[in-house]
Design a protein around this ligand. Sequence first.
Ligand SMILES: *Cc1c(COP(=O)(O)O)cnc(C)c1O
Length: 441
Amino acid sequence: MATAAELTDWDLRHFWHSFTQMSEYESMIIERAEGCWLVDVHGRRYLDGVSSLWCNLLGHRHPRIEAAVAEQLGRLPHATTLGMGNVPAVELSRRLAELAPGDLNRVFYASDGACAVEAALKIAFQYWLQCPQPRSGKTKYLAYDSAYHGDTLGSTAVGGIERFHALYRPLLFDVLRLPPPDARTGDAAFHLAKLEAILQQHHAEIAALVIEPLLQGAAGMVMQPPGYLRGVRELTKKYDVLLIADEIVTGFCRTGRMFACEHEGVTPDMLCLGKSITSGTLPLAATIATDEVYAAFLGDYTTGCTFHHGHTYAGNPMAAAAACATLDVIGDERVLEETVPRLTERLARALAPLQEHPHVGDIRQLGTIVGVELCADRATGALYPPQERHGYHVCKRATGQGVWLRPLGDVIVVMPPLSISDAELELLVSVLTQSIDAVCK
Ligand SMILES: *Cc1c(COP(=O)(O)O)cnc(C)c1O
């Protein structure tokens, strides 16, 4: 095996990292993991405070998921899903249809969340051309400022984070925009009035509304007021606009329900899933459509109503086996009934002292997802100038102390694997607190 020094050299020379300014990148190469810990090529250990970017649900190297993947590797590592199924992907489709609310019964696979959103956007557009009463004018999307749906061009177009998306606007299709439905700026009625105003005026041109239900993740874990999502469902129905729920962050127990939509009794027309679906082991994503949406794509091949879209590795059997094993563990280990409520409470309790910190302005929590927002002055609520990058420096310092965190601007995400122990959580919070003290003094 290559030495740590060789690997570091190659990493710096040849590896262009996602969302990373390479001119300031300090090589960090992970060699193995166990439970909530990542171990680098120097043998240094880091507590994984953000579930390897919000996807490692049950802890690294869960024995049951590993066994399922190994078993599948020995049978069928890959087969296309163009015109054929494979055993784990068929089983997963049935299970997802059973778990998803209402008549969300038709599962379309991809390998990354962005591609699940991309598929949903194209399905929505095509649906209006092929549904029982076609509406060819419905060619636009409605989306939110500060939304994040991935980094392909379509998902970038419906994104609304200026720092990531503004540069690419000339490449992207036009999207009608709403301000973020932030609970701090208004209640459900206030935000729903804004939605209804735009729907009244533009519904005839809108194919679909895309939303991150209950919270905007990459915006900084920004929470929506109770009742908002339910109102969104009512209004999109009233104005004949499809509802695409991007649950790539919120899906699979993170918020306290299997899917966040369930908190408000909502069935969207399409549900996008990714991240935790394989508990962070293999790339997989899914777009689940209702029977009604799906029906619009059935017909004589020569009419062109087929969904001509797909990815080579979509529905990969090993990834699907990992997803089935993840669902097995969620069920057998009573994750929704016991682990999630307990961790929700443990996180709230462990982070409560930080509420009083002079440089913490807000702690936002939904289930096992937490954002700790830094501020310059607690009394006035003033934020730091973004270019000072306090969030970045706090996380860098925490990493130096053995707790790996990654910020969203000046919001520090705390979203460990659900298997985190009391001692590990205590370590996470104490290193986070010390890092805030040191950077924000
Ligand atoms: C991460 C994320 C995506 C994109 O998923 P990828 O697998 O990174 O492409 C889409 N939507 C939301 C809400 C996300 O958090």
